[in-house]
Design a protein around this ligand. Structure first.
Ligand code: SF4
Length: 344
């Protein structure tokens, strides 16, 4: 019989579980503490629950953690982990150590529906949404989990196309009954889906990064079809209703493509589009991917672009690229081959 995983459940969900099997309400907090503070691997280890209750719990539930099935190491220290999430289904998470920080880039879906032109995950197509258990497991089963300082939702998938499970994960990560992390340690990156974005802004305090890539609507729609459903201009209007000047940070991501969006005309349009928003810009170097004609701009062009933006009031940085040799850098994650391999 398939058992339900406890890992990834919110306190409210754990309260329902204990109620259903006749355990006292306070047991939900005890279970949360075993799962998220003591990080046990089995129900047997939850020794402050009575033996009878542990046996009852085990009839239908399990902790539900799963180790990564593969790891690839980059020359720069980045490690890409592969997690199995179902039959023929895999996702990747990327661990990026950097001086006093260690960031994990997690996936929220197997594949993605958004079909961004420059992204390997988009080319793979969509297979499934991950559950909160499968998202949280990328963090809790990570060999380096105790060194993590930050988590970014920038791996495979569009997190706001799986809002319910992503918000549950964020609740577990930031609640006192859960990991107890400050929301400042977590950034969610999105191409921008209106409904999901509205919920995220209302229900979470985590940082937000918007994949922009062009200030011109027709060009952005060509690069990112999501523009047709919710334009960057409309998104900016929505974002103006929120305060990003204090704890919560808003940033925009901009891959600089050679001869496409790298001239100062675009920089000028970006300044115009984002005027009035408290935000910063991350410029990202494009990593060539098979079957895509786009090329990355050179460093000199990117530096000129960055300096124009910063000197016109839009603070900008060029993001260091990590893990390119193991296909772990931005836009390079894909488990399509792995999934095809399993079917052979
Ligand atoms: Fe999906 Fe993000 Fe890739 Fe776009 S860039 S296809 S939203 S994973």
């Amino acid at each position: 019989m398939t058992k339900y995983p406890l890992l990834g459940m919110t306190l409210a969900e754990l309260q329902k579980v204990v109620k259903n099997i006749g355990m006292p309400t306070f047991a939900a907090k005890q279970i949360a503490s075993w799962l998220y503070e003591k990080k046990v691997a089995s129900i047997d280890e939850m020794t402050n629950l009575s033996l009878k209750h542990r046996e009852l719990l085990k009839e239908e539930y399990e902790v539900g953690g799963a180790e990564p099935v593969e790891a690839m190491r980059s020359v720069d220290g980045t490690v890409k982990y592969l997690y199995r999430t179902g039959e023929n289904q895999f996702v990747e998470a990327v661990y990026i150590p950097d001086d006093d920080r260690a960031t994990l880039c997690v996936s929220s879906q197997v594949g993605c529906k958004m079909n961004c032109k420059f992204c390997m995950t988009g080319k793979q197509g969509f297979t499934a949404n991950l559950t909160a258990n499968q998202i949280l497991n990328q963090i809790s089963s990570l060999p380096e989990r105790d060194t993590l300082t930050n988590v970014v939702f920038m791996g495979m998938g569009e997190p706001l196309d799986n809002t319910e499970e992503v918000l549950k994960t964020l609740e577990v990560l930031t609640s006192s009954y859960g990991y107890g992390w400050s929301p400042k340690r977590i950034t969610l990156s999105t191409s921008g889906l209106r409904k999901g974005l509205e919920r995220f802004l209302e229900e979470s305090d985590c940082h937000l990064a918007i994949s922009l890539h062009s200030p011109i609507s027709s060009q952005r729609a060509d690069l990112m079809p999501a523009e047709r459903g919710f334009s960057a201009a409309d998104m900016v209007e929505l974002l103006k209703n929120y305060d990003f000047s204090k704890q919560r940070r808003l940033s925009f991501e901009y891959i600089v493509f050679k001869g496409v969006n790298d001239s100062l005309i675009y920089a000028k349009e970006l300044v115009k589009l984002l005027r009035g928003l408290d935000c910063r810009m991350n410029l990202i170097r494009f990593h060539a991917i098979p079957g895509v004609q786009l090329e990355g701009a050179d460093m000199e062009t990117m530096t000129t672009f960055r300096d124009y933006l910063t000197s016109h009031g839009l603070f900008s940085t060029i993001r260091a690229s990590r893990g390119e040799d193991i296909f772990a850098a931005c836009g390079m994650l894909s488990t399509a081959k792995k999934e095809d391999g399993e079917k052979d």
